[in-house]
Design a binder for this molecule. Structure first.
Ligand code: AMP
Ligand code: GLY
Length: 440
């Protein structure tokens, strides 16, 4: 069969690579893809000029003409814009939830209400809605009361999709007021910030659980993947600004069996109940962003897709045929037993361009061991997943902030880590930056 992957990041490279490993897959089209997918075995970049976030019809036309068996959506924006319905209306199979369910990521107020309705454990919080001065004044009053009673930080979340700029942890009233004013009054992140959710600050360790979901007509399952951890701050020791993700590991050594059992009963099961009760057509992936505090899990967020860079750490550990998993999601036959995991661990640090996450350099030539990359395989256990790089005349040139990840498998976390950093040492481009403590 032929399949289509929608998106252009490192996550999509990992998805395409894993699908291409299936003996049942003849060709993987990637729209628009990147320099890495251009070189990947069985993969072909297509629709170079199409913006996947807005061009559902063009993607559906392609899927129909190319006779693809199914399409997999990488990023959230096409899902929030309703790409699933555009495909379903033409009887095209697509791995990704419908627009109603995509609001679990696209609206923090909606997801917070969903968590409360179905008893998913989360931080206590309140929504303050746009429209009129009351929302803003009430929000100010709320944070003022909070800081008069405690000196704990408070978390302000823009309702809408804000490309990583929508969550602010305010340590005092002045910071909270400045954030609320910029989101709700000044509109610095547009409509996304006119409504906010304000919630209690939780301490603990973050864990990402990605999962396959096959829910339709009030029935179905969520099959969780092995756990992962992203490292979101730019600099070592979790310092500096937030980024899209500086590296990931899988599995997470401190996500104990007891914490996993708590995750199932307090988060996964009530979520599944809710997806069924709301009668969502949810055939795709879900991402649970957790804070684990003394073995108790709290849900910080849902994403309605796989994580980036978590996918680059998790998929190399999947021992099952990923195309079979996608087919099972679509036809409703998915079970947890279908997901088999390799022993061992993966570490996937990300190389970023100088300046990232602010304005960054572009157009620098990337070499691997002093040469142009000739595919992503550095050794049987070490893989380069490209993100912000384009291929020109056989060379990679940087084109995004997060340029690539080196994803290394090892028998244990420490050997994965050292193999990943040996791999990253062989990669060079002007101004390249990374964190040295992924997995520490
Ligand atoms: P979110 O998009 O909701 O996952 O938030 C982005 C990041 O903000 C998370 O990965 C956490 O690091 C942090 N965060 C969000 N909510 C909370 C919270 N209630 N307590 C502490 N940190 C939080
Ligand atoms: N790594 C976090 C995300 O994909 O949203």
């Amino acid at each position: 069969m032929n399949v289509l992957v929608i998106g252009s990041g490192g996550r999509e490279h990992a998805i395409a690579w894993k699908l291409a490993m299936s003996p049942k897959v003849d060709a993987v089209f990637v729209a628009p893809g990147n320099g890495g997918t251009a070189l990947e075995n069985k993969c072909e970049n297509v629709l170079a000029d199409v913006d996947p976030e807005t061009e559902a019809m063009i993607l559906a036309d392609f899927a129909e003409k190319a006779g693809v068996a199914f399409s997999v959506v990488g990023p959230e924006a096409p899902l929030a814009a309703g790409i699933a319905a555009a495909f379903h209306s033409r009887s095209l199979a697509i791995v990704g939830p419908d627009k109603r369910a995509a609001r679990l990521e696209a609206s923090k107020a909606f997801s917070k209400a969903f968590m409360a309705k179905y008893g998913v454990r989360a931080a206590a919080g309140r929504e303050f809605f746009a429209g009129g001065g009351a929302g803003f004044e009430d929000a100010l009053w709320h944070v003022k009361t909070h800081f008069s009673q405690t000196n704990q930080p408070i978390v302000i979340k823009a309702d809408g999709l804000a490309a990583g700029k929508g969550v602010v942890i305010a340590n005092c009233f002045t910071e909270a007021e400045a954030c609320l004013r910029s989101f709700m009054k000044d509109g610095v992140i547009g409509e996304a910030g006119r409504t906010v959710v304000i919630e209690d600050f939780l301490r603990g360790k973050e864990v990402s659980v990605l999962a396959a979901v096959s829910v339709r007509n009030g029935k179905g399952v969520i099959a969780p993947f092995i756990s992962a951890r992203d490292h979101k701050r730019r600099f070592d020791g979790d310092m500096g600004p937030n980024t899209g993700g500086m590296g990931a590991i899988a599995p997470v050594p401190d996500f104990t069996e007891a914490a996993q059992a708590d995750f199932r009963s307090s988060i996964l099961e009530p979520t599944l109940k809710g997806l069924k009760a709301e009668n969502f057509d949810y055939r795709g992936f879900i991402f649970f962003g957790l804070m684990v505090q003394d073995g108790r899990c709290y849900l910080l967020e849902y994403n309605v897709r796989l994580g980036d860079p978590e996918t680059q750490a998790v998929l190399p550990l999947l021992d099952s045929d990923f195309a079979d998993v996608c087919v099972a999601i679509l036809d409703g036959s998915l079970t947890e037993n279908q997901l088999a995991w390799k022993r061992g661990a993966v570490c996937a640090p990300v190389a970023v361009a100088d300046g990232y996450p602010g304005p960054y350099r572009k157009g620098d030539c990337v070499t691997v061991n002093g040469m142009a990359p000739n595919g992503g395989e550095l050794s049987p256990d070490v893989k380069l997943f490209a993100a912000g790089v384009r291929l020109q005349d056989g060379n990679f040139f940087t084109s995004g902030g997060r340029t690539l990840a080196i994803s290394a498998y090892g028998a244990d976390a420490e050997s994965a880590r050292s193999a990943a950093y040996r791999g990253l040492d062989s990669v060079r481009f002007e101004g390249m930056g990374c964190r040295k403590d992924i997995g520490r």
